[in-house]
Design a protein around this ligand. Structure first.
Ligand code: PEP
Ligand code: MN
Length: 362
């Protein structure tokens, strides 16, 4: 596949590329305020705003629709930074192009569907509009690549991938798990494809945006897409994860660009990359331990209510036998697994004893 880099087609392109704006366009005043503030901040090259919002459940705010398009065009003219919006079908593409929008992105709920991606690719054919492609909701690299291939086959070379994390069933610290190895593999396979990271949708809450953004830069990704809103708590969509507009400039300035940027930093920074993967695995382990601990406490409640003793030798024998044979099948160090599960079991017995004693003294 052939890609043109942002420096070839975005007049104000810089490294890292910063795309920022509200989750959704809500009013003309909000759009004007965001565009004015971010143009003064000087570190944003593209403004984002959702006009049609793909919502998981019906009856949530579904975006202002077509009537928001002229607000974006007006702000773009007045403050000089172009807007990018999400399109999910041919109708959106037509409305966006007709209104004069020149940059679009494909959302995670659309990338999963090859029919929709093909429809968008066909609608964009010949328009020379840059397209940013979010990863699909599920951690499937081939589906992401497939979407990019469909656009490329329609003659679109101005493509940027957006890493926004992947859905998981369990509630985790992050809203969407980053699975950094997936965008890294994409970069390794297509070194000319620029990939930016969307910490807002990975993190799902303001408190974790800095660490995710820094990780993205440390790993050598090409930029960030961040949601920012004049008054996030009142936002009509994604209120928890948007940065306060008046804090945006300092948010970016506080990120460290540790080393001079170079395009193939991901490939060169193998050690840093592997360490980030270890950090992510450890975060997953901690989350699993927390999840396990919660279930252990529920079992403690049950035992207390039904007068069952905390320590059950038969159950423990079953657990350790099963975990050791799992270790053997999977090629994990047996002694490590034996000692880790001994500690886990001891901690569970301690926790349940506390739960039972508390219930008895109530
Ligand atoms: C968004 O960017 O507001 C959005 C809906 O994102 P995603 O497609 O990543 O869920
Ligand atoms: Mn959003």
């Amino acid at each position: 596949m052939k890609f043109q880099s942002t420096s070839e087609w975005l007049s104000n392109a810089k490294s890292p590329l910063i795309v920022a704006g509200p989750c959704s366009a809500e009013s003309e005043a909000q759009i004007m305020q965001v565009a004015e503030t971010l143009s003064k901040a000087g570190n944003v090259q593209l403004l984002r705003a959702g006009v049609w919002k793909p919502r998981t459940r019906p009856n949530s705010f579904e975006g202002m629709g077509e009537k928001a398009l002229p607000w974006l065009i007006k702000a773009e003219k007045e403050f000089g930074i172009p807007f990018i919006i999400e399109v999910a079908n041919e109708e959106h593409v037509k409305a966006a192009l007709y209104a004069g929008i020149r940059h679009v992105w494909i959302g995670a709920r659309t990338t999963v569907n090859p029919f929709s991606v093909q429809e968008i690719a066909d609608a964009l054919k010949g328009s020379d509009i840059p397209v940013f492609v979010k990863n699909p909701l599920n951690p499937d690299l081939q589906l992401w690549v497939g979407a990019i291939e469909r656009l490329n086959a329609a003659g679109i070379e101005k493509i940027v991938a957006i890493h926004r994390g992947f859905s998981t069933y369990e509630k985790r610290i992050y809203r969407n798990n980053p699975n950094w190895e997936i965008p890294i593999e994409l970069k390794t396979e297509f070194p000319d494809l620029e990939i930016i990271v969307d910490p807002s949708h990975i993190g799902g809450n303001r408190a974790v945006l800095k660490e995710i953004s820094q990780t993205a830069l440390d790993l050598g990704f090409d930029g960030l897409m961040l949601e920012t809103h004049p008054n996030p708590d009142e936002a009509l969509s994604d209120p928890k994860q948007q940065i306060f507009l008046d804090e945006f400039q300092s948010f970016i300035n506080n990120l460290e660009e540790k080393q001079p940027y170079f395009k193939d930093r991901i490939a060169k920074n193998k050690l840093e990359q592997l360490r980030k993967l270890i950090d992510e695995v450890d975060r997953g382990l901690l989350e699993s331990l927390k999840h396990r601990q919660e279930i252990v406490a529920q079992i403690g409640d049950y035992k207390a209510e039904h007068g069952v003793t905390v320590f059950q030798l038969e159950r423990w024998r079953k657990i350790i036998t099963d975990r050791l044979s799992g270790a053997e099948t999977q090629g994990v160090d047996i002694e490590l697994v034996r000692s880790v599960w001994n500690e886990i079991h001891k901690a569970s017995v301690r926790l349940q004893t506390d739960v039972v004693n508390r219930k008895l003294s109530e």
